[in-house]
Design a protein around this ligand. Structure first.
Ligand code: 13P
Ligand code: SF4
Length: 298
């Protein structure tokens, strides 16, 4: 299957991108693995005609927003994001109508139609930079309430919160985190900003998935507790065979991130099926919000 996929990638002039939470065999085959920000930048910069996006729907949609002339394939149409489903254009319009005029910072974990109503996008890797880049003192950050509260704690801005969250990260309680720390007293506790605030106060390091990977590689420490989706343990262990990684909780599994298998990748490449395309009337305003973020991050 690996050889068949490699051959198809070549034949179709395709690149395979995989998020850090994908199953190990998918990460091992991909041309590039990364966090949401790195994958968007790569999708924007590639010369390939076809992008096979091994992640969830909003990630493939973001690639299509940036590169409308490329064929963007999501190998499983049912790989969604529960957080992205907690907001839509209608509910955001209604919230905006109830608030004083202010910028809307939208986490990339959202649909294209929500991005289209936003001032600028952000990811977990650049949220503080994005918030600080805006001249306004007050803004709405949607849909992740935990990311919004984290950004508020790191800036002197007034941030209005949308009541969305990632169930995978919400499962990690402060009690789980405290127990992991007690069980492994020498380990550095790294957490993703999608975790609850009472978990983040216990963390030694708060980073995006790739930020945690970099930290673990560069740190002189030998043991780490990983407070994010457990898929990240695969690249961490692979890149650092001499270090030990413990999941903060084994419950932190995103089922949507685990849907794609090798046969799905082969099938979508063979038939160019699972194409994700955003209508132009939504793509153009969504692109403005994504480009504003990418210009800050490149
Ligand atoms: P990052 O890889 O950008 O940190 O995102 C985490 C996530 O939940 C993606 O769905
Ligand atoms: Fe969405 Fe959470 Fe899964 Fe990421 S881990 S795709 S935010 S549900």
């Amino acid at each position: 299957m690996r050889d068949a996929i490699k051959k198809l990638l070549k034949e179709k002039n395709a690149i395979m991108l995989a998020h850090n939470y994908q199953p190990p065999e998918i990460q091992d085959l991909a041309d590039m693995c990364g966090d949401s920000l790195e994958l968007s930048i790569r999708a924007a910069d590639t010369d390939a005609e076809v992008i096979v996006f091994c992640g969830v729907h909003f990630m493939a949609e973001t690639a299509s927003i940036i590169s409308p002339d490329k064929t963007v394939l999501l190998p499983r149409h049912d790989a969604g994001c529960l957080m992205a489903d907690m907001i839509n254009a209608e509910s955001l319009e209604a919230k905006k109508a109830r608030m004083a005029p202010m910028p809307v910072v939208t986490y990339v974990n959202s649909t294209a139609e929500v991005k289209a109503l936003s001032t600028i996008c952000c990811t977990s890797a650049n949220v503080v930079k994005v918030v600080n880049s805006l001249p306004e003192k007050e803004m709405l950050l949607a849909p992740d309430r935990n990311l919004a509260m984290y950004a508020a704690s790191k800036t002197n801005k007034t941030i209005h919160v949308w009541d969305g969250y990632c169930p995978t990260h919400e499962w990690l309680t402060a009690a789980d985190a405290a127990k992991a720390k007690a069980d492994h007293p020498d380990a550095v506790f790294m957490a993703h900003p999608e975790c609850r605030p009472d978990v983040l106060v216990l963390a030694d390091v708060v980073e995006s998935t790739s930020g945690m990977l970099r930290y673990a590689s560069q740190s002189p420490h030998k043991a780490f507790i990983v407070g994010t989706e457990t898929g990240l343990l695969h690249p961490m262990q692979k890149q650092n065979p001499d270090k030990t990684f413990y999941p903060a909780s084994k419950k932190m599994v995103c089922r949507n991130m685990k849907r794609i298998g090798m046969s799905d990748v082969a099938l979508c490449l063979e038939n160019l099926s699972g194409q994700v395309k955003v209508p132009e009337d939504i793509r153009i305003p969504a692109l403005a919000a994504v480009t504003r973020m990418l210009d800050l991050s490149r």
